[in-house]
Design a protein around this ligand. Sequence first.
Ligand SMILES: *Cc1c(COP(=O)(O)O)cnc(C)c1O
Ligand code: SF4
Length: 335
Amino acid sequence: MITQEADGWQVPEWRRQQADLVTDLDQLCELLELDRADLAAGADPASDFPLRVPRAYLDRIEKGNPADPLLRQVLAHRDERREVPGYGPDPLDESAHTPVPGVLHKYHGRALLVVTGACAVHCRYCFRRHFPYQTHLSGGRWRAALDWLARREDIQEVILSGGDPLTLSNGRLRQLLDELAALPHLRRLRVHTRTPVVLPARLDQELVELLARPRWRTTVVFHANHAREISPQLAMACADLGAAGVTLLNQSVLLAGVNDDSDALVALSEALHEARVLPYYLHQLDAVAGAAHFAVDDRRALALVREMRGRLPGFLVPRLAREEPGEDAKTVLAG
Ligand SMILES: *Cc1c(COP(=O)(O)O)cnc(C)c1O
Ligand code: SF4
């Protein structure tokens, strides 16, 4: 669902990388030197949430390894079709917290804007994989959300989300930030994104300048789940963002077969720290239909966090959290 937006006459490098995609299972297998028969007999070429992997991300997947933790995050699996009790299309009851299209408002002082439905990559565990983006983004895109925000002086923090807000061009982001900057009650800007994890080139100088505006305190929350996703290019871009005064955090999802062992989680925290990013949340999986095969039970999750505590400084241990519909904050289980 990527809409191409021209940024003047020159196509930025990240745009080129974003468009250089693998969407075909046979091509994926060929590039990764995998035999389809090795893919746990489970890869699903006909998923309704299609395979979408930029080659820049593919380069970090180990060739010939059907169990690679990065591969597992992007490869549609037949288990996704299994109906599992308790797993549904809207596990967080987001539709009940939509005051106007494009806004999710659950927590005090913070509002989340759904600014696009596009993502650089399709993550199999995505809790918004069944999200009704068309109802949020139809018609006068953003207008209703901006008008709502203008009236809500109790909101101090706006969170750009989606989809992935950094799939928007710098030009579109600038338009949005200009509108938001005119609302005097907004003190904090937060951007939740996985795009730079997949395409570090997205953090170009123009974006760094946009995010570092002195208008407010900006926090970027990356969504990385594995140490190998923190590439040297991402670390370099983070150094620029950090130097520009942007606070850098990461949230991950605890995913069976991806990061559900303490070595993987410790390595992730260490790699984040090297890149000047602090771990924020480690989320228990949201019960979205199609993702049950990624679930890790709470006992195991708590044991993993205890192991992290024994091996890392406190500031590198993320808060293990779950989102429970109807609560006034995310539920912290540990950390
Ligand atoms: C997760 C979430 C937030 C942010 O919660 P924090 O605990 O501040 O990170 C805000 N709004 C919505 C709707 C959310 O789902
Ligand atoms: S980038 Fe985020 S919103 Fe997009 S598919 Fe992945 S988890 Fe879902």
